[in-house]
Design a protein around this ligand. Structure first.
Ligand code: PLP
Length: 453
């Protein structure tokens, strides 16, 4: 069968179940712990903060396949299946014998893969009879995706947006408001924690950790509200498995056998979603793949972090997670890939990495933008800075093949588009972008404050 350059599956080939890779892991990811008692968090405890069905998914390490509700499949059909594209022009330009494919998740208004989980989380909130949900957003992709999902199900959506992004990315904010979300710059005077932080640090431009604390406070204190999160959690990886399942179906259909699968890693949701079904085959001994997580050199959780229990937020209101972490007090430099500036990592991916089943690399932002520019000029799509981390390593791998003559097949996740990141592109185009890499002392100082578990 001839392989088309853009593989679109038929609607009836879309997955009807999500795949839970934890079911096939011998070493399960460590459980979330109650931050006060250090005992495994129970369903009842988690259900105060999260929707009940989502809390169940969070704790489920045994069920391999979970049905995707009809309503969610219906929404997925508006923008899925997403294409698996042969980067033919890029291969030719690089002169590599490698075959490069990318799974493109930027074909929806939110511009990233985050909608795959946003719609699932909004659905379960609606089904539970809630009035609305609260969340935080840094760069704005998650807040946008959640706003779209809440509009679809008629849910109220309260987004705490890190103040510096709120001011610097007014268009992201307006997209959210267009979808009906209530967007508050964080820290704000609408919450106790926000007022406390404003008193302590007047003039602060905010942080993700603070925004999480505000969102959780509002969810817990408001009748009929729960808090939702766009990455890191097991439930998010589960929903994002739709990316990997589609990729696998497309590969199997056309006899494509990936050797190397690459994704950028912020909290780990797109990478986890892309590799999960392939990892399942590897864990069951049915096939072998090389998996590469790519992170920014400015926020190197896998490559320089420690595998330990840590707080998920700077406000320390969430349960503790065992993960590769730089410490919850780690403030990454102002890297332009906002979606990759998280101090920790998915606990599932952390366990897989610790078991040697995935590898990780860190890359510097100027080299990432050079790859982004090259990709945009050759393949046409203007990539998000986050996604461009994967492009960087895909190109590096393809260039290695040019030296060795190896005809390997590379698949990478192109998680989104970069239209709201033009200030970053401007810096790069003007030659004003710099690379900041934290020193060992900085990381050690932050890791010294890990909770004693
Ligand atoms: C949020 C985001 C990421 C990183 O988040 P993960 O949970 O690690 O996938 C990557 N790419 C884009 C476009 C994003 O919006």
């Amino acid at each position: 069968m001839e392989i088309p350059y853009k593989i679109y599956l038929e609607e009836n080939e879309m997955p009807k179940q999500w795949y839970n890779v934890r079911a096939d892991m011998k070493n399960k990811p460590a459980p979330l712990l109650n931050a006060g008692t250090h005992q495994p968090a129970t369903l009842d405890e988690l259900s105060v903060v999260f929707c009940e069905e989502l809390a169940k998914q969070e704790l489920d390490t045994e069920t391999a396949y979970i049905d995707i509700p009809e309503e969610i499949i219906g929404f997925y059909k508006m923008y899925r299946p997403s294409p698996l594209v042969r980067a033919d022009c890029l291969e030719k330009a690089l002169g590599t014998p490698a075959k490069i494919y990318y799974k493109f998740e930027g074909n929806n208004t939110s511009g990233s893969h985050k909608l795959n989980s946003a719609i699932a989380q909004a659905y379960y909130a609606k089904k539970q009879g809630l009035k609305g949900v609260t969340t935080e957003t840094g760069a704005g992709q998650w807040g946008t995706a959640l706003s779209m999902a809440c509009a679809y199900f008629g849910l109220d959506c309260k987004v705490f947006m890190v103040k510096v992004s709120y001011e610097q990315k007014p268009f992201r904010r307006e997209v959210m408001r267009t979808y009906g979300a209530n967007v508050t710059p964080s820290p704000s005077d609408t919450t106790e924690i926000g007022r406390k932080i404003l008193e302590q640090f007047p003039g602060t431009t905010g942080s993700l950790g603070c925004a999480i604390s505000e969102a959780v406070e509002v969810a817990v204190k408001s009748e009929g509200y729960r808090y939702v999160l766009g990455s890191v959690l097991n439930q998010v990886l589960l929903h994002q498995s739709v990316i990997g399942l589609e990729t696998m179906t497309a590969c199997d259909k056309f006899g494509i056998k990936p050797d190397t699968i690459i994704g950028c890693a912020g909290g780990g949701s797109n990478l986890g979603g892309l590799i999960s079904p392939f990892m399942g085959r590897k864990l069951r001994g049915e096939a072998d793949y090389e998996f590469i997580a790519v992170e920014p050199a400015s926020c190197p959780s896998f490559t320089r972090g420690k595998y330990a229990y840590d707080f998920c937020d700077t406000g320390k209101v969430c349960p503790l997670a065992k993960m590769y972490t730089l410490g919850s007090g780690f403030i990454p430099s102002a890297n332009h890939a906002g979606g990759l500036r998280y101090h920790g990592m998915s606990s599932t991916l952390s366990q897989l990495y610790d078991d040697g089943l995935i590898t990780a690399r860190s890359v510097e932002q100027t080299s990432v933008f050079a790859a982004a520019q090259q990709f945009a000029r050759i393949e046409g799509i203007l990539p998000a800075p986050e996604s461009s981390h994967a492009i960087r390593v895909a190109i590096d791998e393809a260039l290695k093949c040019k030296e060795t003559g190896e005809e390997k097949t590379i698949v990478f996740g192109l998680t989104g588009t970069g239209y709201f990141d033009m200030v970053a592109y401007q810096k790069f185009n003007d030659g004003e972008m710099s690379d900041y890499i934290p020193t060992d002392e900085e990381i050690a100082k932050s890791l010294a404050n890990l909770p004693q578990v």
